[in-house]
Design a protein around this ligand. Structure first.
Ligand code: URA
Length: 195
């Protein structure tokens, strides 16, 4: 564990803890303000993310940004976004358990530095790893689970919403619940990058 964001990022960018380092173009460390009260965690970079070095920049990412904007949140102002694994699994397969285990220390260190009040898991892989192994996203999305001093919620993965647009209203509901929880807790959420 380090208590320094820059040292953490620098170490992470050179990581060779698992085989995914052989095929990556970029380590996708994470994005967002280092004082965000809300953290979002996806499963792992796809092709666009691997090429650009930033999480959720493809079509799914654009959809995610729309949901965030709908509830006055964004990666520029008040939400930190990262993934369970920082390097792209070939052909976008799910990250293997050993890859997740090799990588999770980086996320834990990010979490320790950020100390978010709310953590949202984007999709099954993150929800299983961070909330509970037997979570059923279809039934349990939008529900807050308290773990330690943190509220954790799972929502549908943006890529799943692109495949099944009929699930989009349910995802919007989840983001409305997130907003309601932020307001209920009275979290101090920045409105602009300068705040
Ligand atoms: N899917 C994810 O889970 N994470 C990303 O960063 C991009 C796509």
């Amino acid at each position: 564990m380090t208590d320094n964001w820059e040292a953490l990022r620098e170490d992470c960018l050179h990581c060779r803890k698992c085989g995914l380092c052989e095929t990556r173009h970029n380590v996708v460390f994470g994005v967002g303000p280092q004082n965000a009260r809300v953290m979002l965690v996806g499963e792992g970079p796809g092709e666009n993310e691997d090429l650009q070095g930033e999480p959720f920049v493809g079509r799914g990412g654009q959809l995610l940004d729309k949901y965030l904007a709908a509830v006055d949140l964004s990666r520029e102002t008040n939400v930190y976004i990262a993934n369970i694994v920082k390097c792209r699994p070939p052909k976008n397969r799910d990250p293997l358990p050993e890859e997740q285990d090799a990588c999770i220390g980086w996320l834990r260190n990010q979490f320790a530095l950020l100390r978010p009040k709310i953590l949202v898991c984007l999709g099954r892989v993150a929800a299983i790893k961070l909330i509970k192994p037997d979570i059923k996203i279809t039934r349990e999305h939008g529900i807050f689970f308290e773990k330690g001093n943190v509220l954790m919620m799972a929502t549908l993965h943006p890529a799943a919403l692109l495949r099944n647009p009929n699930q989009k209203p349910a995802a919007l509901e989840d983001f409305l619940k997130l907003r309601a929880k932020i307001d209920e807790l009275g979290l101090d959420i920045a409105k602009s990058p300068a705040d």
